[in-house]
Ligand binder design. Structure first.
Ligand code: GDP
Length: 327
């Protein structure tokens, strides 16, 4: 069978064909050479989706909450894409989506598209691939895209820089406690959810967290003055999920009112440009390592004919004026 052209794939994906969406995301994972053309075709059709990030330690209930949120958005007649970012394994599909048992109820719903994203060893990794996969879902007409990632702070993908709204999930008895988890969460959370509110210790977790937020004083400048609310939920029973949806809507209204939404989206685009540029420079640097320029400069430095700064200037000038072999 003839491979579909970029235009055919993009047309099919924007018409809502899930196979075309899947194919485009696979091309992103593979860092396909077709991406340049595909992104150019997608760009004018994107920019409508509301991007919601969801993060927390393993076991806090992210996939359960994601599934419950999908149901809540579907009940509002919104089309929902789910992107599960999987840093654990580029080859097995990883543990994050694993069985996705909790997603099964959405498997046959044409208004829902669920996909895990792995980077298949591409130099730029997931921080390179994720915004591009997001653009695919956005252009494919999903009203809401939920991006689920493990962990806070150390995550390979900085979810807060991608999302319009970042939900940070905590749960009692997770072993790490609020204090241990606090590195970074105050800066990135737009909405806190204490999940497993049916469990002993939930009240403690809630109190610790609200105390921590109060101690932190006025909201971080990165949030532009928004004070993240702390909500309780029992995701496995769908309890508290409507309140989470309301909080996301409140946050969005606030973002729009304060002009922060556009600023966030520009920051996201800036990050994406930087990732693509850095990756191209790295590729080009790899080409350079294989080529003769770097070797001859190195020989000159060893021979005392030039110094490493001058040599580096020549390398940087060379990087800027030539194309890498790929990407
Ligand atoms: P993830 O690793 O963060 O995606 O967490 P999961 O969604 O896979 O949930 C981990 C476990 O916690 C599963 O066994 C869920 O059924 C359970 N779980 C999720 N939400 C709740 C909740 O609100 N209360 C209780 N008691 N268990 C929950």
């Amino acid at each position: 069978m003839r491979a579909a052209s970029a235009t055919e794939l993009v047309d099919a994906a924007t018409a809502g064909n899930p196979r075309a969406v899947a194919r485009l995301i696979s091309l992103v994972e593979d860092a396909s050479g077709q991406l340049r053309e595909i992104m150019a075709l997608l760009a004018p059709r994107a920019g409508h989706a509301q991007v919601i990030g969801l993060t927390g330690s393993p076991g806090v209930g992210k996939s359960t909450s994601t599934s419950a949120l999908v149901s809540a958005f579907r009940a509002r007649d919104l089309r929902v894409g789910v992107l599960a970012i999987d840093p654990s394994s580029p080859f097995t599909g990883g543990a994050l989506l694993g069985d996705r048992v909790r997603m099964q109820e959405h498997a046959t719903d044409p208004g829902v598209y669920i996909r895990s994203l792995a980077s298949r060893g591409h130099l730029g990794g997931l921080s390179w691939a994720t915004p591009q996969a997001l653009r695919v879902l956005d252009a494919a007409g999903f009203d809401v895209v939920l991006v689920e990632t493990v962990g806070v702070g150390q995550a390979e993908v900085d979810i807060a820089s991608l999302a319009d709204c970042t939900l940070v999930l905590l749960a009692p008895g997770m072993g790490d406690g609020v204090q241990a988890a606090k590195a970074g969460i105050l800066e990135i959370a737009d909405v806190f959810v204490v999940n497993k509110a049916d469990r002993d210790g939930a009240e403690n977790t809630y109190r610790e967290l609200t105390h921590m937020i109060a101690l932190a004083g006025p909201a971080a400048a990165s949030q532009g003055g928004w004070r993240p609310p702390v909500l309780k939920a029992v995701a496995s029973r769908g309890e508290g999920i409507a309140e989470v949806v309301d909080a996301i809507a409140d946050h969005r209204a606030w973002l729009v009112e304060h002009g922060v939404l556009d600023a966030r989206r520009r920051r996201r685009a800036a990050d994406e440009i930087e990732q693509i540029a850095l990756t191209r420079l790295r590729l080009r640097m790899g080409d350079l390592r294989d080529g003769s320029l770097l070797h001859s400069l190195a020989a000159d430095v060893v021979a005392g004919l030039t110094d490493p700064y001058t040599a580096a200037d020549r390398v940087v000038a060379g990087l800027a004026t030539t194309q890498p072999r790929h990407a």
